[in-house]
Design a protein around this ligand. Structure first.
Ligand SMILES: [Zn+2]
Length: 290
């Protein structure tokens, strides 16, 4: 008889951000890392950013699935906040395979170009917080791998909060680990989904996930304790529609940011609003970028 898979979610701490935004200090959104495990083997989906966060994740994995072999880490998309920890995992599981789609691996390579890595990641998290040297995932030849006889499928969903994003679908337990295609109780990042067309693509990604008919949908950034229900899809969709509506009625980025804050006073990480609002109104443009 084959094993029954189960899944657990680790939610990282919020890493303090070095640069102030609007004169205020802030912290990065918590990051979800999902452990899917059978009788003796396990797969992790995504890692946090820093060495200390990832060491904490390692302790959690060892407590949650004691003695099980971590065979794979699957990376949902190229943003560094979902894979910089691979280097730390490697020290604990030397035979681990880090997997991602070719599109994600291409994005990872962009993230470590000096202008992006220094200009973004080291500016946010200076010193030795981010592990070095960074290890990239290997590009998968086919978008499916197996754990104890169960299929795990990488599903490409296009542009969501960035380009080339995927979700991991585990049909046998009707689970979707959604990366940043789906958000929990966090302000969503629109710094790259900065046009109406890209936001429509994000909505289509949500339709595609819904069509997989999951029972559980795990958001890439979530508040610890939130159940991973289908409402995550509905709330992510509503936030995109509200962002679009707010863009159309605002005449500059400050109005847009204020409107989003008014519509969503309780979501975590209001600082995420700012980059999205600024990206929707690039400098010198009187009207929103549509
Ligand atoms: Zn993210």
């Amino acid at each position: 008889m084959s094993s029954i898979l189960q899944a657990d979610v680790y939610v990282s701490s919020r890493l303090p951000i070095a640069t102030k935004r609007m004169g205020q200090s802030s912290s990065f959104s918590p990051i979800s890392c999902t452990l899917i495990h059978g009788d003796t083997e396990a797969v992790l989906v995504d890692t946090p950013i820093s060495i200390s966060q990832t060491e904490d994740l390692v302790s959690w994995i060892k407590e949650t699935a004691p003695g099980k072999n971590l065979r794979y880490v699957y990376i949902t998309h190229g943003h560094g906040d979902h894979w910089f920890g691979i280097t730390v995992l490697r020290k604990h599981w030397p035979n681990l395979r880090a997997l991602a789609t070719p599109g994600t691996v291409a994005h990872m390579k962009e993230q470590i170009k000096p202008e992006v890595f220094k200009g973004t990641w080291l500016a946010l998290f200076p010193g030795n917080q981010i592990p070095q040297p960074l290890e990239l995932a290997e590009a998968m030849d086919v978008p499916v791998f197996e754990l104890e006889g169960h299929e795990l499928c990488a599903v490409e969903v296009g542009h969501t909060d960035t380009y080339n994003t995927t979700v991991l679908h585990v049909p046998s337990i009707r689970l979707v680990v959604a990366g940043d295609a789906v958000y929990g109780d966090m302000h969503q990042f629109f710094g790259e989904a900065n046009t109406t067309e890209k936001r429509k693509e994000w909505l289509r990604a949500l339709d595609k996930i819904e069509a997989l008919d999951p029972h559980t949908v795990i958001a890439g950034h979530k508040r610890p304790g939130t159940v991973d229900g289908l409402f995550n899809l509905q709330k992510t969709r509503q936030y995109i529609l509200d962002f679009e509506d707010a863009v159309q009625s605002a005449s500059n980025w400050k109005e847009l940011a204020a409107d989003l804050q008014r519509r969503y006073p309780r979501r975590v990480n209001p600082h995420a609003i700012l980059r999205g609002a600024m990206a929707a109104f690039p400098e010198g443009r009187p009207s929103p970028k549509v």
